[in-house]
Design a protein around this ligand. Sequence first.
Ligand code: MRU
Length: 351
Amino acid sequence: MIQTLEWTDQGVRFIDQTKLPTEETYVTCKTHEQVADVIRTMVVRGAPAIGVAAAMGIALGVNNSKAETVGDLKRELDQICDNMGKTRPTAVNLFWAIHRMQEKFERIRIRPIAQIKQGLVEESKRMHAEDIAANQAMGRHGATLMPSEGGVLTHCNAGALATAGYGTALGVIRAAVEQGKKIHVYADETRPFLQGSRLTAWELMKDGIPTTVISDNMAGAMMKQGKIGAIVVGADRIAANGDVANKIGTYTVAVLAKENGIPFYVAAPISTVDLACPDGDKIPIEQRNPREVTHIGGKQMVPDGVSIENPAFDVTPARYVAAIITERGIVRAPYLESLQKLAGTEAKVEV
Ligand code: MRU
């Protein structure tokens, strides 16, 4: 099994996703600052994995604290959370995780400091386990939407590497394959960071799921040639009206899917749904270093001084989304009502 991140006695251990697929190496963070850094530099990436990483980073920071009063510990927690919240702006799972750790602290602040620390570590481990369970449930629901055989296209990496394990979009594909469906995955390479060719292809090859990597500009032709029966992607934030922020290029895929009459599905946990965000226009889009566009494998690909854009995400309007697959079931338009109803069924977190 792929261990994207885990709590160990030495610290929080991450598979280094910047080195895949050619090197399988691990990084262990001993401080919350180091965890913030691995999120920022994309050693760990993917919305649910970022959320769990942040929770573990916060637990690490609180655990390392020398504070002798709960008031001082709370001030440190706020500082750590503030720092964590500045790492990447688009994936709402980051802010969901920070909020959940703060709420946990408030519920247990009457306990001795050692127990508060232990409680936060346990909460972050619980979030790790819950994420895997949510992905498996999403897989069970979503597999019913997958064709019994043929091509399924995905964009970016919404797999085990983007989560605590199993994956959201790739979880749906994994579950369909486990049920005996004969799926062949078409993985968009996903320029500029190449999450599709480097990460999606790597983890599907490990599982023996037939995979073809295509460059992003080939997706339309594959659809037109009848090679794609369905599309399934992950999400970084879903607005209340069902607009979906996901890796740059997702919008193009969704529009092409509509043109070709192919269902376009989004698989994401409830923690990715941001009901406080009314529509996609309000979702903050991360702008990343132009070097990701200008260079491939360290080699310069564009002339010096040319202007560069590098938005990491785009927004797909809800009208292109055939269904949203969550751990609580599948929802369809009108999303304003169906997402609200789904969030309302959310179970209360145990103390
Ligand atoms: O920039 P990244 O690699 O963090 O972007 C990841 C994506 O866009 C994923 O599709 C999304 O986070 C869903 S992961 C289950």
